[in-house]
Design a binder for this molecule. Structure first.
Ligand code: SF4
Length: 215
């Protein structure tokens, strides 16, 4: 994977989209959580700053509305290496000069993983997510439009909100019947004085209870 360099200069890149997933950040404070919907992450197989390989580019929701990104499309653009890699799943953001060189050809496979054009961010918010085992995500879900690897910012002590910890968590917004799905271990959120909160299964059940197994 082509990584970011510490620089605020735009890096030119080009290549084929391998995957499109939502760009959503999660803020946790013990048993509370808040999502920030920021756009989309494009996994590109191509060349970035002269280096060949796969790399992750963050784009805004407006760009997705305009271009309707999906796997198979070929693009060129320019992006800035992310300043704080703890806060972004992508290695590059502030993307400009985006051009579609070639549209996706052929039929979209039925899945899973589910490809095609991802819906808008409001649809992700409405659908809600379930936790997704990190190894399952890496093995089966990195190309699925319903997968999301979120940067997580945790306020450990709400009396001292500057005390934060960071990590990444994977989630699935897809059909509950997906055969690839594995929840993995329950997640623990650190709190003050060594306490921790365990996010139980009912949280996921509650977040997705309005959907049937195949929705
Ligand atoms: S588990 Fe979720 S993210 Fe993974 S392939 Fe199935 S629907 Fe997609």
């Amino acid at each position: 994977m082509v990584g970011s360099r510490v620089s605020s200069e735009k890096v030119p890149w080009s290549g084929r989209i391998v995957a499109v997933q939502p760009r959503i950040r999660l803020m946790r404070s013990f048993d509370e959580r808040h999502h920030s919907y920021q756009g989309f992450v494009l996994r590109i197989d191509g060349t970035c700053g002269g280096q060949a390989g796969e790399f992750l580019i963050a784009v805004g929701e407006g760009a997705h509305e305009k271009h309707r990104f999906q796997a198979g499309m070929e693009l060129v653009g320019q992006s800035v290496p992310v300043e704080d890699p703890r806060k972004e799943a992508a290695a590059f953001y502030k993307t400009s000069g985006l051009k579609v060189v070639k549209k996706t050809e052929g039929e979209t496979p039925a899945g899973p993983p589910f490809l095609g054009v991802p819906p808008d961010l409001e649809t992700y918010r409405r659908r809600g997510h379930r936790r997704l085992d990190a190894r399952t995500y890496e093995a089966k879900c990195t190309t699925c439009i319903w997968g999301c690897r979120m940067p997580v910012e945790m306020i450990v002590d709400h009396w001292n909100p500057s005390r934060k910890q960071y990590r990444f968590e994977a989630f699935c917004y897809g059909p509950k019947s997906c055969a690839c799905y594995r929840a993995g271990a329950a997640r623990k959120v650190p709190g003050r004085k060594g306490m921790s909160h365990t996010e139980e299964d009912w949280v996921d059940e509650d977040a997705t209870s309005h959907r049937g197994p195949d929705d």
